[in-house]
Design a protein around this ligand. Structure first.
Ligand SMILES: Nc1ncnc2c1ncn2[C@@H]1O[C@H](COP(=O)(O)OP(=O)(O)O)[C@@H](O)[C@H]1O
Ligand SMILES: [Mg+2]
Length: 484
């Protein structure tokens, strides 16, 4: 594999049209000889809004047609999702007690020691949309994302369906998950990272050339051209910037054309321009017919308006679910109104933590400001309103909307990219070899090794081994060598 070569085949020649280009209403054709050829028909009535303003998905008959290897639209519904973790009381100093409680929990004897993390979350999302999960740290966003991505099953209750079908292993290849902490190899360049991923994860019926073209296309679409030959970098290696790193992680996932893309705090640690750019890219990815769910922390108001739907979580309970742009309207209908100009995201996060300085409150909220229970009561109030005003409508819409049968059966069909064990072994060995070689032959490491060698050499320099005592001294010098 020659990673540094330029891919000369133009996109037109290959017949590849950007996967990220927005579809027009009517029919969107994403054709290509790269194995990703697919055709999606978007009906103009795909998404409608009901009278109350809550978003609702209406799936028309003949909504779309897609071939087996193409981009399969996924309608995700989740209802009353709860999750709890077994908590072992760590306060006890008595080791026997701790051991007993551990054994009891292993044997499922202590039904009492469970800590609820998610307490009944309901919502839905369809292709072409971005759902933002917002809430204070520890509210359960990452946990929900893992459940929706099929990465967490134990102690999860409620229903999560993909085109009205429960999770099955075939979905694994249709779901992309960009975790908060990426696992990119620091010594490989951006292009090499994507090329190795392409060779490992793309279907074996695609030619080498097609895989290179696909990598080239992803690099261009994600704006990674400037850093394509730069190393990823890490704690000790200088490399690409934070935004570029996030985009590379996203590229790694969208390489295999997932229908559902989940991202955990993709903008954390980025400056507002990079974060904005990243969200624009996500918008493009969604518009091509993908379903995107992302957790987000403190978005700017410009970013906030890029989300289609918003799920606001507070201490594991939902407090708002619906269109992002209608969230302020909803809270003002409850009489929570900002008294000074505020970024909507800041306002919403303040509400979820119960810190409502500079926010006017509804009259039926009895607890006076400043009392001990005040913040808790605000959160309880919002949770109650959600149960009454939003949840029943969403559940009703789940019942009336059903995915057409061909989509239901399509999510159960495994996407084929079988690669032999030997091929995988060969590619992984090559990747590890390249990575390790660069690491070991790093200039800094060579200087370090040379320095240590000279230092150790000096320990024995001009030493004699005439007597037994001198010999013992020499052996003692081996101790630091062992340590190093
Ligand atoms: N496996 C687990 N064991 C114990 N506690 C957990 C586990 N998973 C999540 N939690 C707890 O659940 C809460 C929510 O976590 P998380 O979903 O990561 O929150 P967020 O992503 O919103 O910051 C946190 O208080 C965390 O400590
Ligand atoms: Mg998190």
């Amino acid at each position: 594999m020659d990673f540094n070569r330029d891919v000369e085949i133009s996109r037109e020649e290959e017949g590849v049209i950007s996967v990220l280009s927005p579809p027009s209403m009517g029919t969107m054709q994403i054709a290509g000889s790269n194995g990703f050829g697919h055709s999606i028909e978007f009906m103009s009535q795909a998404y409608t809004t009901n009278q109350e303003g809550n978003s609702e998905i209406i799936i028309e008959e003949e909504y779309l047609s897609t071939n087996q290897d193409g981009l399969l639209p996924i309608f995700l519904k989740f209802e009353d999702v709860t999750f709890k973790v077994r908590s072992i009381p760590a306060s006890s100093k008595n080791p026997v007690k701790v051991m007993m409680s551990k054994v009891a929990s292993q044997l499922h004897m202590d039904g009492e020691h469970y800590k609820p993390i998610l307490k009944g979350i309901t919502g839905s999302i369809g292709p072409g949309e971005i759902l933002a999960l917002m809430g204070p740290s520890g509210s359960g966003k990452t946990t929900l994302l893992k459940i929706l991505g099929g990465r967490l099953h134990e102690n999860v209750k409620g229903t999560v369906t993909y085109n009205d079908i429960a999770y099955n292993p075939a979905l694994k290849r249709r779901i992309g998950f960009v975790t908060q902490d990426d696992l990119l190899l620091p010594q490989l360049t951006v292009e090499e990272t994507l090329v190795f991923a392409a060779f490992l994860r793309l279907p074996s019926n695609m030619s080498k050339q097609q895989k290179y073209v696909r990598v080239d296309m992803i690099i261009k679409e994600l704006g990674l051209e400037r850093c394509r030959s730069t190393r990823i970098g890490g704690a000790f290696v200088k490399g690409i910037s934070g935004g570029e790193r996030k985009r590379t992680s996203i590229g790694y996932e969208i390489l295999v054309d997932p229908s559902l893309l989940l991202l955990d705090e993709p903008t954390s640690g980025l400056d507002s321009t990079s974060a904005n750019r990243l969200l624009r890219i996500l918008q493009g990815i969604a518009k091509a017919g993908r379903t995107i769910i992302t957790t987000i922390h403190q978005p700017s108001s410009r970013m906030f308006h890029m989300f289609d739907k918003l799920l606001l979580i507070s201490e594991g309970y939902p407090v708002y679910y619906g269109k992002a742009r209608e969230s302020m309207q909803y809270f003002s209908s409850l009489r929570f109104v900002p008294e000074i100009a505020m970024n909507p995201a800041e306002f919403l996060l303040d509400l979820t933590t119960g810190q409502v300085n500079d926010i006017s409150l509804p009259e039926d909220l009895r607890t006076p400001r400043g009392s001990l229970e005040f913040e808790k009561d605000i959160i309880k109030y919002l949770q109650l309103k959600f149960k009454v005003a939003i949840e029943p409508k969403e559940k009703a819409s789940h019942r009336v909307t059903k995915a057409p049968e061909h989509l239901q059966s399509a999510v159960q069909v495994k996407k084929d990219w079988t690669m032999t064990w030997w091929d995988q072994f060969f590619i992984l060995s090559k990747r590890t070899f390249k990575e390790r070689c660069r690491d070991y032959f790093d200039k800094l490491r060579l200087v370090q090794a040379l320095g240590v060698a000279i230092l150790l050499g000096l320990l024995w320099w001009k030493s004699t081994t005439g007597t037994e005592a001198q010999l013992r001294d020499q052996v003692k010098f081996l101790k630091p060598v062992e340590i190093l």
